[in-house]
Structure formats: C-alpha cells, structure tokens
Write a protein that binds this ligand. Structure first.
Ligand code: ADP
Ligand code: MG
Length: 253
C-alpha cells in the first residue's frame, strides 16, 4: 500500500518549550492511525503540522507524495505562498474538538461553503452533494437547521460532512468526542467507524480506547513530544512494551 502521510524528524518549539522532539510517522493509504497520549504531549501540535497550521522548525511532512508548506529548490526548502498552502489544505480534512461550525449558516450551507468558495463548485451541485453527505452522517432531516438547534453529536457529524465535502485524501480528527456528553459519543464514533470501513485514511487523536482497539490499524502513544511506542492495537494496548504506555493506559482504561 502507498504511503499517504510521511512525517520525518519533525521538531517544533513554542519559544523555549520544545513540543515536538523529532517525530517520525508514516501512515499508509486507507489506514486508520489513532494517537493517544497525556494532555500536553504534543498531539494537537502534531496534527496541526500536517496541514501547516503550525510551521515545523525542522523536518518535513508530505501528504500523498507532496511536501506540505514548502517547495524544494535545489536541495533548499522555500516556504510556499499562503494561497498555495490553502490549496494544499483543501485536500486535508480537519475535525476539531469544538466543531467550529459557522453559527450564522444553516447545516447545508455549512457543508456547501468550502466546495463553492475553495473548489469553485457550482452551487446547485454542491448542495446536491451536501445533502448526500448529510444523509451519510444521518442528518438529512437537519439540512435547514442552524448549528445551535443541534446537539453536540449532531454538530460534530455536520463538521464531518463538511470535511468530507472537499473530498479529502486524508482526515484529521482532534479529540472529536471530547466535548460531547457521554451519550452522544457513540453516534460520532459510528460515523468515523463507517469512514474507516470505506477505506478513508485518517489520523484520530482520541482517548476512546475501545474505539482504538476496534478501528485502528496502528496505535501511536505519544508522551512529552516523542512517540514512545507504536504498533497494532493488540500490541500497544494489550501488551505495551514501555512503562510510560502502561502507566497511561492504566489511567484511561
Ligand atoms: P496535546 O494536544 O497533546 O494536549 P498540544 O500539542 O496541544 O498537546 O500542546 C503541547 C504543548 O505545547 C503544551 O504544553 C501546550 O501548552 C503548548 N502549546 C501548544 N500550542 C501552543 C502555542 N500556540 N503557543 C505556546 N505553547 C503552545
Ligand atoms: Mg490536544
């Protein structure tokens, strides 16, 4: 299988604080990688470097064979102009903990916005596609509602439909269920599980260990800016090699 995401030797500091201390990670097309780790270990920062929301200080990230945020000219890296970065970003879906929907737009308008403005899709076609995506996440009947009329779980499913509307090569999820009431977590995980079945390449930061065990091809455990261990869920979750992984799992399980 081909490599969809290639993260090489990525370092990132915020002032004196080194948050990513040399991350190497490769994600194959069609696979689901779940990233676990304590708060502050650098998980969100790592996701954000993948679509160049954070600039790396050292190392490089490629998605589908394309270097993100930079162009290589004679062995040297030159940062791409903002509009080129935006174009790269359109093919990498990002789903946040707090949904980030546009509050003044209806559900269907939320989903239609990016394909119309970024991909220049004709509006009628984008609306048809959006309605199909809303059906896929079980929200066909909410198309004309406003975000504040929906539950958190429904809002997050709209956010997923909105990410899918750009036909991303890759979907990144940053704790997609952490802001939800417990009884709404399942409906969001069900949608992500469906996407996994259909072969969507995803990186999911989550503390949902059961979900990781069931859906992940690879589980990555991060602590203190480093990948401590990674492997199939049966290994990392059930027979961790590192003491730090064991200590973390004993707290979340
Ligand atoms: P996680 O998602 O694993 O909880 P983060 O990647 O959000 O971790 O954060 C890792 C560390 O980097 C934390 O100590 C956090 O406070 C710090 N950090 C994250 N973003 C910034 C920023 N923009 N400026 C300064 N420090 C930051
Ligand atoms: Mg985080």
């Amino acid at each position: 299988m081909s490599v969809m995401v290639d993260i090489r030797s990525v370092h990132k500091s915020f002032g004196p604080l080194e948050v990513l201390k040399g991350i190497d990670l490769s994600v194959r097309a069609g696979e689901v990688t779940v990233v676990l780790g304590p708060s502050g270990s650098g998980k969100s920062t790592l996701l954000r470097t993948i679509n160049h929301l954070e600039k790396v200080d050292r190392g490089a990230v490629s998605v589908d064979g394309t270097l993100i945020g930079y162009r290589r000219v004679g062995g040297r890296l030159h940062e791409l102009p903002e509009r080129e970065v935006l174009k790269q970003r359109t093919r990498i879906g990002f789903v946040f903990q707090n949904f980030h929907l546009f509050p003044h737009l209806t559900v269907v308008e939320n989903v239609v916005e990016a394909p119309v403005s970024a991909l220049k899709r004709p509006r009628e076609q984008a609306v048809r596609d959006a309605r199909r995506l809303l059906e896929r996440v079980g929200l066909a009947d909410k198309a004309d509602a406003y975000p504040k009329q929906l539950s958190g779980g429904q809002q997050q499913r709209v956010a997923i439909a909105r990410a899918l509307a750009l036909e991303p090569k890759l979907l990144l999820f940053d704790e997609p269920t952490s802001a939800l009431d417990p009884e709404l977590v399942g409906e969001v995980l069900d949608v992500i599980r469906d996407l996994a079945r259909q072969g969507t390449t995803m990186i999911v930061v989550t503390h949902e260990i059961g979900f990781a065990r069931e859906v992940a091809d690879t589980v990555v455990f991060m602590a203190d800016g480093r990948i401590v261990e990674q492997g199939p869920p049966g290994q990392v979750l059930d027979a961790p090699r590192e003491e730090r992984t064991r200590a973390f799992l004993s707290k979340v399980l």
